[in-house]
Design a protein around this ligand. Structure first.
Ligand SMILES: [Zn+2]
Length: 138
């Protein structure tokens, strides 16, 4: 298996914190300055594969790191995790579960880049779609 998050020696210089079940590392590539990744030590693809202990420790770490970001240098912070098995692993796609923490400011670089598409992306919620997903998720 060739996984950059399992082969942690390669990533060592970017690790800023370590817990029993996870690493916190600077993302490289990054979308904004201070972009962090919280990475389970055990290889898995989806959050549903986390053990109870991993869920508790990793989610606590996500919350603590967001509070650290907000206390030390940023007024906002996005939390995100992607599961896209239809993409092949590559330079920006890693097949190992991780959570992104992205410090955000009012008109930061990411906002300015995404602003070009924002009006095109946002759409009203059609009634049919609302009903479909309300049934699916309830
Ligand atoms: Zn891995």
């Amino acid at each position: 298996m060739n996984c950059p998050f399992c082969d942690i020696d390669e990533e060592k210089t970017r690790i800023v914190q370590e817990g029993k079940t996870y690493y916190v590392a600077l993302s490289n590539p990054r979308l904004v300055p201070g972009h962090l990744l919280i990475i389970p030590k055990r290889h898995m693809e989806k959050a549903s594969e986390l053990s109870e202990e991993e869920r508790r420790e990793i989610f606590d770490a996500v919350i603590k790191m967001q509070e650290t970001v907000l206390a030390k240098f940023s007024t906002g912070c996005d939390i995100r995790s992607n599961y896209r098995p239809f993409l092949k692993p590559g330079w920006v796609k890693v097949n190992h579960l991780h959570f992104h923490l992205q410090p955000r400011e009012l008109e930061d670089e990411l906002y300015q880049q995404s602003q070009k598409f924002e009006k095109e992306l946002w759409k009203e919620l059609p009634e049919e779609e609302r009903e479909k997903f309300t049934q699916l998720f309830s």
